[in-house]
Design a protein around this ligand. Structure first.
Ligand code: CA
Length: 225
C-alpha cells in the first residue's frame, strides 16, 4: 500500500517508516498538517497514519478537512492523548481507528491491516496518454498493450505525472510527493528516476511523453504532432 504517515517527531516518523517499509509498504512522511492535506488530497494514498498533535493544523482538522473534501482514504490516528473525549473527537472528525502512544509495533501493524481491509476499495482510475495506460486499482501499466514492469517509486512517479497530464510539475513538488518532505535526496536522484522511467515507457521509435522543462521540472503530455 501507499501510506502517508503524518508525524512531527522525527524519531517516531523514522520508526513508522521503517516498520511499514519492512511490511512492503511505500511510505511518504509529512511533518505538519499543511503538508498532510496537500499530499492526502492527491488521493493516491491507501491509508493515512495520522498523529493528532501537529504544529499548525492539527490532526483533528486534517481529518475533518479531508472528509469535507470527500477524500475517503482510511485514517488510523496515533495519539498520546488518551482522554476519551479526544478519541471521540478524532473518530467524529473522520478517523477510522486510533491507537494511543506508546504502542506495540505488532498491534500497530495489525491495526494497519484491519483499517485497510475495512477501507473502501479505491475507485479504479484508468489514465491514458498516447497508448500508455495506467490502472490505479491494479497498478498495471501498459504501452500499446505491452505490459511494463515498474518499481513502486517509478510507478508513483508515473502516476503523479499522468494525473497531472499537460501540466508542468516543479522538481520540488515531485520530490515532496514521491519521497516526502523530510527526505533529503541527491539533486540528481529525480533525474535518474525519470531516465529509468523513460527507458521503460518510451519504447524505441515511440514519441517522447515525459518532457524536461529546463529550470523547472517535468511534464507528461500527448506528443506534439
Ligand atoms: Ca506530535
Amino acid at each position: 500500500m501507499q501510506i502517508l504517515a503524518v508525524e512531527d517527531e522525527a524519531a517516531m516518523a523514522d520508526l513508522l517508516r521503517s516498520a511499514l517499509s519492512d511490511e512492503g509498504h511505500l511510505v511518504t512522511v509529512a511533518t505538519n498538517g499543511q503538508q498532510a492535506l496537500a499530499l492526502a488530497r492527491t488521493g493516491r494514498f491507501d491509508l493515512l497514519v495520522l498523529d493528532l498533535m501537529l504544529p499548525g493544523i492539527d490532526g483533528f482538522e486534517v481529518a475533518r478537512q479531508l472528509r469535507r473534501g470527500h477524500i475517503q482514504t482510511p485514517i488510523l490516528v496515533l495519539t498520546a492523548r488518551d482522554r476519551s473525549q479526544d478519541i471521540v473527537a478524532a473518530l467524529d472528525a473522520g478517523a477510522d481507528d486510533y491507537l494511543t502512544k506508546p504502542f506495540s509495533l505488532d498491534v500497530f501493524l495489525a491495526r494497519v491491516r484491519a483499517v485497510s481491509r475495512r477501507g473502501e476499495i479505491p475507485q479504479a482510475v484508468c489514465l491514458e496518454t498516447a497508448g500508455l495506460s495506467l490502472n490505479t486499482a491494479t497498478r498495471a501499466v501498459t504501452r500499446s498493450g505491452r505490459p511494463i514492469l515498474l518499481t513502486p517509486r517509478e510507478y508513483s512517479l508515473l502516476e503523479l505525472l499522468m494525473r497531472h497530464k499537460g501540466r508542468v510539475l516543479s522538481r520540488s513538488v515531485i520530490v515532496e510527493s514521491i519521497w516526502g518532505f523530510d527526505t533529503e535526496i541527491e539533486e540528481n536522484t529525480l533525474d535518474a528516476f525519470i531516465r529509468l522511467l523513460r527507458n521503460k515507457i518510451e519504447v524505441a521509435g515511440s514519441p517522447r511523453l515525459i518532457r524536461t522543462v529546463r529550470g523547472i521540472g517535468y511534464s507528461l503530455a500527448e506528443p506534439e504532432p
